[in-house]
Design a protein around this ligand. Structure first.
Ligand SMILES: Nc1ncnc2c1ncn2[C@@H]1O[C@H](COP(=O)(O)OP(=O)(O)O)[C@@H](O)[C@H]1O
Ligand SMILES: [Mg+2]
Length: 241
């Protein structure tokens, strides 16, 4: 469909959890996920609660391991990366945005955004991280909130800080798990629009799990996770594939 080079590929990804009721047997969650995401491509994943959307994102981000199947990033299998390469992958190549912001309460907006840069050897003000953080916060309309702590920000503002934190190391892929799920309608619409704009501006790929039809419609492709598998879905009024 797209001639753009491939960034991410999942092949036959299977994942079960052991039954939590103490009975014998496994709870199958993902039953053969195939997915290819091009550079700069945006994909929305919808599906009922408990269908495995978070599990799939966590496997893409190498936070969880599949039981079977392969996850390739730039044609390299994640399972072949050593500890250091995996840490680099999680810190530099992928940005995460979750339903709840996970900002540190005692840190300012600016400090929260800079946290993912602290692990790097080229740390310090000289590397331009702080300037980049200020520019990005300005870009999302928070130029006047740099010193605010999370408790001094609205829900929508906190999620914008979380988005900027996910972008600070210039990832190639943004993974977002119900990023608008804890926001009111207006703030959710605003954040969805921002995510669509930012991925476009920065030529980022994004896989976003969402219940928001508006956010799903602003992505290039929509897939539904149902019974452990991904299927294409169409949203009325969307540009359509
Ligand atoms: N660490 C775990 N241990 C056992 N079961 C889990 C674990 N994580 C998720 N599950 C189960 O896997 C299923 C899918 O969960 P999840 O990926 O969080 O779904 P979704 O994000 O689509 O709501 C659910 O039934 C959930 O209870
Ligand atoms: Mg989930």
């Amino acid at each position: 469909m797209s001639a753009a080079p491939e960034l991410l590929r999942l092949e036959g990804v299977v994942k079960s959890f052991s039954s939590t009721t103490g009975e014998r047997g496994e709870l199958p969650v993902l039953e053969g996920i195939d997915l290819a995401v091009a550079r700069n491509e945006t994909v929305a994943i919808v599906g009922p609660s408990g269908s495995g959307k978070s599990t799939m994102l966590n496997i893409i981000g190498s936070l969880e391991l599949p039981d079977r199947g392969r996850v390739l990033f730039e044609e390299r299998e994640l399972s072949s990366l050593n500890e250091q390469e995996l840490a680099e992958f999680r810190n530099r190549r992928v940005g995460f945005v979750f339903q709840h912001h996970h900002l540190l309460a005692h840190c300012s907006a600016l400090e929260n955004v800079l946290l993912p840069t602290l692990a790097q050897s080229d740390r310090g003000r000289s590397s331009g991280h702080e300037e980049r953080a200020r520019d990005l916060l300005e870009r999302v309309g928070l130029g006047g909130r740099l010193a605010h702590r999370p408790s001094e920000l609205s829900g929508g503002e906190r999620q914008r800080v979380a988005v900027v934190r996910a972008l600070i190391n210039e990832p190639d892929l943004l993974l977002a798990d119900e990023p608008t799920g804890s926001l009111d309608r207006a703030a959710a619409a605003e954040l969805g629009e921002l995510l669509a704009q930012i991925t476009d501006e920065r030529a980022l790929a994004m896989v976003v799990v969402t219940h928001s039809m508006a956010l799903a419609a602003s992505m290039q492709r929509r897939l539904e996770l149902l019974d452990g598998r991904l299927e294409s879905v169409e949203v009325p009024g969307s540009p359509g594939a």
